[in-house]
Ligand binder design. Structure first.
Ligand SMILES: Nc1nc2c(c(=O)[nH]1)N[C@H]1C(S)=C(S)[C@@H](COP(=O)(O)O)O[C@H]1N2
Ligand SMILES: [Mo]
Length: 411
């Protein structure tokens, strides 16, 4: 039975930790017995599942693929237990940020225009080490043929499903990513059995969830029980009718239906580049100057898709006239020395967040200061300075405005 802590289909558990607390550690700890005070966000469209790992199975199938396909020349039909996933495949660890596409929705709603969706602040994100077999290895063991040229994967998708429970808007939860993403050696897509070196907690998808580095959290399916290779994307509600950056003409749910934009807009995949101010924590907060007349500002930044790591974060307290470079804190963090996580000899993750902080000198007390922060990743992606309040979309997803905090008082 579902307990109150697990939520229900009508009232699922959605909550986030305090952002100031969140940025205190490079890896976000999360345990089942800390349900009442979340250290990592929980995002659910139905009740949290408690699944028996000893009987759980993941089925791998193919659907409607002609036998002339080079990639899937025969029908796939493989059933794996959790033990198989652990013992029959080499285990891989990837450090990556998992972020809900709705992170920062409250800022979009309150600064730009009303949107629909859970009122997330800045804490719908976690950074963790995930361990399990590579999805690529699992698919090839089922009979899929790895290709030299990724173009061969075009038009094929990996659908992922959790059939354990109904969810708010569908009979099951599902998502898909292009097959090219799953097969990409740089992407490190895994079927995670562990989080931060211990068994995955139930709330984060035990006994197995997919982890798709660089891609919005909605595609990383918890309590995973089925994988289908198909010429179609997942037909699940959350792939087709949610988690899309609808065009601005879609000003209401009715208008979106009338314009047919749910069908014409692609499903969100990559996370956009983003930087978030965590200190000060809220609009209107106070910052006190230290003995040298400086204020301290801190936050986190996330690279775009597979274009990480974040290489630079800059902060401005005068609306972009002057930018001050922030320190990226996780260089040398002992938890990030996994080889997949090294960059130019330094421990910084291609898919993880960076925590940052900066001290800025201020010549005296000031009222109504707006704090902006701007990240740039290795792929050169950066945030729009000329549109500090960011873009609006009906579902309030993918918000990445440079405007971090408004109305701050400097004492
Ligand atoms: N089975 C299942 N998987 C799911 C979801 C869900 O509701 N059910 N929510 C998705 C969304 S929208 C996000 S952001 C992440 C949240 O993962 P977390 O609860 O571990 O933080 O899981 C994704 N996977
Ligand atoms: Mo999400």
């Amino acid at each position: 039975m579902d307990s109150k802590e697990d939520g229900t289909v009508e009232n699922p558990i959605n909550r986030e930790p305090d952002t100031q607390r969140l940025v205190q550690s490079f890896l976000t700890p999360s345990k089942d017995h800390e349900l009442s005070k979340p250290q990592a966000y929980d995002r659910n469209h139905g009740p949290i599942q408690h699944i028996d790992a000893s009987t759980h199975k993941v089925t791998i199938k193919s659907d409607s693929i002609p036998t002339t396909s080079q990639v899937v020349p025969k029908r796939l039909d493989l059933v794996l237990t959790v033990d198989d996933l652990r013992s029959k495949f080499s285990q891989h660890t990837v450090t990556c940020a998992l972020q809900c596409a709705g992170n920062r929705r409250h800022e979009m709603r309150s600064r730009v225009k009303e949107v629909s969706g859970v009122d997330w602040g800045d804490g719908a994100v976690m950074n963790a080490e995930w361990t399990g077999p590579l999805l690529r290895d699992v698919l090839t063991s089922a009979g899929l043929i790895e290709q030299e040229d990724e173009k061969e994967y075009e038009g094929l998708h990996v659908q992922m499903e959790c059939n354990a429970t109904k969810v708010q808007d569908d009979e099951w939860y599902g998502s898909s990513v292009p097959l090219a993403v799953a097969m990409d050696r740089e992407r490190e897509v895994i079927l995670a059995l562990e989080m931060n070196g211990t068994l995955l907690p139930a709330r984060h998808g035990a006994p197995v969830r997919s982890i798709i580095p660089g891609i919005i959290g909605a595609r990383s399916v918890k309590w995973l029980d089925k994988i289908v290779i198909s010429p179609r994307e997942s037909q699940n509600h959350y792939q087709q009718h949610d988690y899309k950056v609808l065009p601005p003409e879609a000003t209401s749910p009715e208008k979106a239906e009338e314009l047919g934009v749910w069908d014409s807009t692609p499903a969100m995949q990559d996370n956009p580049i983003n930087s978030i101010v965590a200190v000060p924590a809220k609009d209107g907060d106070e910052l006190r100057r230290d003995g040298r007349g400086r204020v301290k500002i801190a936050g986190y930044a996330i690279p775009q898709g597979k274009d990480g790591p974040v290489e630079k974060v800059e902060v401005s307290i005068d609306e972009g006239k002057n930018w001050v470079g922030a320190r990226l804190l996780d260089d040398g963090d002992e938890n990030t020395t996994h080889p997949s996580n090294m960059h130019k000899g330094k421990a910084r993750g291609k898919y993880s967040w960076v925590l940052w902080e900066v001290e800025i000198e201020v010549d005296g007390p000031k009222e109504d200061v707006n704090i902006w922060s701007k990240a740039t990743d290795r792929g050169g992606n950066t945030m729009k300075e000329d549109q500090p309040e960011g873009d609006w979309n009906l579902r309030g997803v993918g918000y990445n405005a440079v405007q971090g905090r408004t109305g701050v008082r400097i004492l």
